[in-house]
Write a protein that binds this ligand. Structure first.
Ligand code: GLU
Length: 613
């Protein structure tokens, strides 16, 4: 595994500064616990191979742990926790480093959902991107009223939503931060200034996104003088990002949402050479993160808390697991590390049914009413039992699953056709005081809209703008003109699949686990499978993430390529499933509470690691 040089921690003993910090915390209503000053020490750490499947050991820790998709990001969170920072403090440091070292997946130009357990209550912070005020339901249609080609829409100014990640982190930090906001940017600023080695995965992501070279800023930054993608190991500095992060560290989110940095962001979107967008300065200045009521539901002997709409993640994960729980117990779910057909068939049938409901009902709750007036109607045990009865010995087959009726609706919706999604990162953290977070963070596709912004600094580099608005349904209605719940509307947040999840013991209420994943709509299958493996099949957090994946959104079943025997394909086809192999690159991170502390796992398909003490 990675070699990690011993890390030195520097604590300032300046009593005056600490006193000032204490007063600052009290004034902001943040935790009054006095944490030490934080100073970042650059580690000698770099990712190994970034693709394929690399065995990972899993990691045991005793008092705190952080799991993220890149070793430099994990390490930044580790140093913050080591210095006495809280889980949200660590998450901020991790996110800022990810903006630099995993720019293809998440960053300050995107959105995120954060589940946070403060040792007593569970909070759900929504930093999802928002549609600009000037757009309407024709945003993703061409001049003839037909849905735009998906990638044409992605690589345009129209796909860029108002970013929300920084505002959301700021809101959560005001309530749960211990270390000063400013300090948490130090790791990313330092790495951006001094340079970091381009990881194998970043290299591959650049190489597989040639259109990134069509953006003038990105072309100069991510490609060498011959126009080749930066090689693995290239030392890359990002002075524009260092400057932008410094300003956010000093002035908070308003440095991104107003002023020069905001003006340049708007100009990049509005002056897109092929297809400009309408995101405005007013949209940026007016964006607010939202604290929502988390959804917490019983499953087995646990209480599972996840993100409510606009994410479809928790509802769909829990529908799948809930339907499986209504069925007779499975004798052999996993054989020699591979899911059996006895497990796969009901899992895939439950997925078909859950995705049919997802496509019909779920959208931004500020625009879309829940069936029966409450999203929990979709998880009602009686409803799930009736849905589970539809699972027979043979598959209902491609397109065979229809949405159910969880509760009466004032409006009738049409189903949304499935669209591709990719490019996100997941962070799980537990701190020494028992606070925990699960945060999934995204710019949607790899490198988002492929538009890079430099904050008007005139310096090299910068950050990527999201293409989250392509998570809306392109078509606003079905062929009969019935509206689709997740259609574009001004000021609306697109439906997500992100499933950051915190799990508690149903009786004691103690924290049991934190997990989540990137992977577009397949996030839902990856998360459900990892939960089932970890909490229902006695696998440790790493073994659960290693399991070969199987997904369906309602039509074809995809089995993770080269991970299943021929017999699995044959047997599933025999039951009426259409089956194809496919690369299914999840990026799960999971932390499980154990008797001695925590055991963490990072996805063997990506570069993540877990660190802690
Ligand atoms: N944009 C997607 C969502 O919010 C996530 C994309 C991905 O994970 O690849 O559901």
């Amino acid at each position: 595994m990675k070699s990690v040089t011993p890390i030195r921690y520097l604590f300032s003993a300046r009593a005056i500064q600490q006193g000032a910090l204490l007063l600052g915390c009290l004034a902001l209503g943040a935790s009054s616990a006095l944490a030490a000053d934080f100073q970042y020490t650059r580690p000698a750490i770099s990712p190994e191979g970034g693709s394929g499947f690399e065995e990972k050991p899993g990691w045991s820790t005793t008092s705190f742990a952080v799991a993220a998709a890149n070793p430099l990001a994990t390490d930044a969170g580790y140093q913050v926790l080591k210095a006495g920072g809280s889980a949200i403090d660590a998450a901020i440091a991790v996110q800022m480093v990810l903006t630099l070292v995993e720019p293809q997946s998440s960053g300050i130009g995107g959105g995120a959902f954060l589940m946070l357990y403060d040792g007593d209550q569970v909070h759900a912070y929504d930093g999802r991107e928002m549609a600009p005020g000037a757009v309407d339901e024709t945003l993703l249609l061409d001049a003839d009223g037909q849905p735009l080609d998906f990638m044409t829409a992605v690589e345009s100014g129209r796909s860029v939503g108002v970013p929300g990640t920084v505002r959301m982190l700021e809101m959560a930090h005001e309530a749960h931060g211990k270390l000063p906001w400013k300090d948490l940017f130090e790791p990313a600023i330092r790495l951006a200034t001094e340079g970091f080695a381009v990881s194998p995965r970043l290299h591959q992501s650049i190489a597989s996104t040639p259109s990134l070279a069509e953006d003038s800023i990105a072309a100069e930054f991510y490609f060498d003088a011959d126009g080749q993608p930066l090689a693995e190991g290239t030392m890359l500095k990002n002075p524009a990002l260092a400057e932008i992060l410094t300003r956010i560290s000093e002035d908070g989110s308003s440095a991104l949402h107003t002023g020069d940095i905001a003006s340049e962001l708007v100009a990049r979107v509005q002056q897109h050479p092929e297809m400009p967008g309408e995101l405005s300065l007013e949209d940026l200045a007016g964006y607010t993160a939202v604290e929502r009521e988390p959804l917490c539901n019983d499953w087995l002997e646990y209480e599972v808390c996840g993100f409510p709409p606009p994410s479809s993640g928790h509802l769909t994960v829990m529908q799948i697991l809930g339907m499986m729980a209504e069925r007779p117990p499975i004798e052999t779910a996993i054989h020699e590390g591979i899911p059996t057909v006895e497990w796969l068939h009901p899992f895939l049938e439950a997925s078909r049914l859950a995705f049919a409901d997802r496509g019909r009902y779920i959208g931004d709750p500020d625009f879309v009413e829940a069936p029966g007036g409450n999203w929990n109607s979709m998880l009602d045990p009686g409803y799930l039992a009736s849905r589970a009865e539809l699972i027979g010995d043979r598959s209902m087959g491609s397109g065979g699953a229809e949405p159910g009726n969880p509760g009466p609706l004032m409006t009738s919706w049409a189903s949304q056709p499935e669209q591709p999604e990719h490019g996100t990162s997941h962070i799980s953290i537990v701190d020494a005081e028992g606070q925990a977070i699960a945060m999934t963070t995204t710019i949607e596709q790899g490198f988002g809209s492929r538009i890079m912004a430099n904050g008007g600094t005139g310096l090299a580099g910068g950050y990527l703008l999201n293409n989250e608005l392509t998570d809306f349904s392109f078509a606003p209605t079905d062929d009969e003109g019935t509206p689709i719940a997740n259609r574009v509307q001004p000021g609306k947040r697109p439906r997500s699949s992100m499933s950051p999840t915190l799990i508690f013991d149903g009786e004691s209420g103690d924290l049991v686990a934190s997990l989540g994943s990137p992977g577009g709509a397949a996030i839902i299958h990856y998360t459900a499978q990892a939960m089932d493996g970890m909490l229902n099949r006695d696998l440790n957090a790493q073994e659960a993430l290693n399991l070969p994946h199987a997904i369906t959104l309602g039509d074809t079943v995809y089995l993770e390529e080269e991970r299943f025997p021929e017999a699995t394909f044959r047997d599933l086809q025999g039951l009426g499933h259409e089956v194809e192999p496919r690369e299914l690159t999840s990026g799960l991170q999971a932390l499980r509470v154990t008797e001695d502390g925590f055991f963490g796992g990072a996805d063997p398909r990506r570069e993540g690691i877990v660190l802690g003490d």
